[in-house]
Design a protein around this ligand. Sequence first.
Ligand code: NAD
Length: 285
Amino acid sequence: MAAELIDGKEIARKKQDRIDAEVQKLKAEGVTPGLAVILTGDNQASRTYVNNKQKTCNKLGMYSMLIELPESVSEQELIRRITELNKSDEIHGILVQLPLPSHINEKAIIETISPEKDVDGFHPINIGRMMTAQDAYIPCTPAGIIEMLESIGADIAGKHVVVIGRSNIVGKPAGQLFLNKDATVTYCHSKTANLKEYTKRADILVAAAGKANLITEDHVKHGAIVIDVGMNRNAEGKLCGDVDFETVKHIAGYITPVPGGVGPMTITMLMHNTLKAAKYSISKI
Ligand code: NAD
């Protein structure tokens, strides 16, 4: 294998150790960072994500609150619950697990969360602040990608970064963060013609399409850094990314595995954002 593996689990563990130490310091000052997670309906994948978020919170000594609401919950009730959490002194971060039931307006819900407690970084105020390179809560997956690259000492300024995917939670903010770090950014998406022509020119390739084996060895330049965000199930039901790891590892300079790459970083950056929110709450007193 030519490529060096970027071990997301290990990078996440070290980052969590640093967060843990800061949580202990805050607790000694009388503040326990608190995260509230709202889970609607009975989506199994959402439940698993929420469980993992809670477990990590508890492991790092943070307070976690789970609010479970039925699929039939009204938008008004959801807004009422969030408004209550916005006012709570023990909750510093609020996360509404997506997707929401189809009768609920996702934008209205995200905009109800106080921007100061928006630890997912999805509120338009945080997105605007990120776009203008101001201090903001940064969406966890893109923030995790940057953290990984920094931990391997990768140069970003002046590099050509190709991001596949333009969702509001992964692709778009990822590209913006790279732009803020002086990279030249190309976005590709489902309507991009000749994907390979773009990906072949990437120094850093971020695959966030949600399509197993979309990226094969012919899409990648020799020595490129390949970040695989995808989380798919292959024909055998095994978790896999968007990148054909077995072929691309011979071409890339660095590569992230799935599982054990971006996933552990995402949850870690949620803890980072919750800690940041708790620190912010003290600075206001
Ligand atoms: P999404 O479905 O909202 O967006 C997918 C994007 O990929 C779209 O912008 C679409 O235009 C693009 N796309 C789809 N097919 C394409 C193709 N053939 N060629 C080029 N572009 C194509 O998904 P998302 O929420 O952005 O998530 C993307 C993937 O990342 C999913 O597999 C998701 O499960 C995974 N994910 C992983 C983590 C993690 O922590 N590891 C976090 C969030 C999302």
